[in-house]
Every structure is written in C-alpha cells, then in structure tokens.
Design a protein around this ligand. Sequence first.
Ligand SMILES: Nc1ncnc2c1ncn2[C@@H]1O[C@H](COP(=O)(O)OP(=O)(O)OP(=O)(O)O)[C@@H](O)[C@H]1O
Ligand SMILES: [Mg+2]
Length: 246
Amino acid sequence: MVIIEARELTKIYGSGDTAITALDHVSLKVNEGEFVAVMGSSGCGKSTLLNLLGGLDKATDGQTLVESQPLDQLTDDALSKLRRQKIGFVFQFYNLIPVLTVVENAALPVTLDGMPEAAAHEKTRHWIDKVGLIERAASHPNQLSGGQQQRVAIARALVAEPKLILADEPTGNLDSHSADEIAGLLRIVANEWGRAVIMVTHDAHIASYANRLIFLKDGAILFDHKRPENTLNGADWVLEMVRGYI
Ligand SMILES: Nc1ncnc2c1ncn2[C@@H]1O[C@H](COP(=O)(O)OP(=O)(O)OP(=O)(O)O)[C@@H](O)[C@H]1O
Ligand SMILES: [Mg+2]
C-alpha cells in the first residue's frame, strides 16, 4: 500500500534574481514496510523534500499525498492534526524537552491530542520497551547518551502509531557505533513493524541499512533504485550506486 506520494513537487525560495529552486519536479511513492535512504550533497534539497513530504512547509508547485490525502487541501489545523496522527518525525538533535522524563517526552504526540495521561503513559511504555529503553523510562534526557536520546525520539515518533516516519540525518550527531544501532532500529521500524521510513543521510554506510536509495542532485532525483533482494552486502551496493557522485 502506498503511504506517501509526491507529485512533481517544486519548491522555490525567494523570487526574481535571488530565487533558488530547492526542489525541481520531484515525484515518488513509498509503500508500507519500505526503508528509503535519501542522499545527495549539501544543499541539494534533501531537507526541503522531507519538509514538504511531512507538511512542515508548503510547495511552490506540485502535491504531497499522505495515505491518499492531498495535504494542500487541508486547513492549517487539519494539517497539524494529520502530522501528529499520521507522521512521526525524527531529527538530528532529538528535540527532547529537558524537564520531562523519557516517558513524558515520548508521550507528547498522544497527550497533546487529548489522550488521558494514564492511557498515554501505558501506550508510551510499550514503545519505550520496543526501542530497548524501559529501564530508563523515568530518566531525564540529560542522563542519557545521544543514541539513547535518539531512541526516545523514535519512540515518540511511533507512539501515535503513524504509518510514516520521516528522519532527517537521525545519525548525524552520533558516534559510529550508536549510528549503526539507530540505523538498525529504523530498519526494524520499516521491515518488521511495517512503517514506511524515509531517512536522509550523508553516510553511505548508514544508507546501506535501507532497501531503496534515492539520490538528489540540484533539487531533482538523479536515481531512485531498490536494492536487489540478493545483495549480500548493502554497503557495497550503496557505494557502487553513489560512486562518482559523492
Ligand atoms: N528557508 C530558506 N530560504 C532560502 N533558501 C533556502 C531555505 N531553506 C533552504 N534553502 C536553500 O535551498 C537549497 C536546498 O536546501 P536543503 O536544506 O533542502 O538542502 P540539504 O540537501 O538538506 O542540505 P544539507 O545536506 O546541508 O542539510 C539550498 O540551496 C538552500 O540554501
Ligand atoms: Mg538538510
């Protein structure tokens, strides 16, 4: 089932002589259970694409459809609600609230939507357990490693049970061991828990955890390839694909 579709998405910042075309007629479809890595050099439009897919910014032209719902037909309130319920976001710097515990942080998408605290915390503890942090449920973010904080952010992204997870450089602030763990967890989120996961990364090794690689250049898709089923070494496959581009 198609979870998200982009139709000819174009984003132009500014106007006249100083206009920058950050995204240039980008189209894609992502199914449930797919883990997509988005690569490309700095400034090629990766974050712009993710922001348009997640309804965090508006396209100059073209459309995003989340579970067949075109985002441009929604009011601001309806769009905020759709984002909370249908999309989980993961960012490079975790964006956890220091004064809240692990459970309170991860519960925010459902408590903000009005779920009573007891039910919200029970549901959240389920996801905190799934990401391997249940014994830290009462800790505060500053008591956790970067990799653990990113696990909390992933639990927060999953707590409302969205079918789509968007992650912009989720391993960008982590040491290589923690980065591997987070990429491995996102692979489980897609392949075992059936979410569509779209992850931006600069790192070919981290991209090798994905089943599909989209490479952007100057705001356009240079290639969009599924990893062949019989590829033994994903890292070799990604390196082969991106050779000459990075
Ligand atoms: N708010 C903005 N106003 C003007 N230009 C912008 C804005 N946001 C991004 N751009 C420009 O759009 C282009 C794409 O930016 P974007 O942030 O999507 O790139 P990126 O691929 O995510 O880069 P990086 O790898 O450095 O994160 C760049 O030329 C950038 O300077
Ligand atoms: Mg970026």
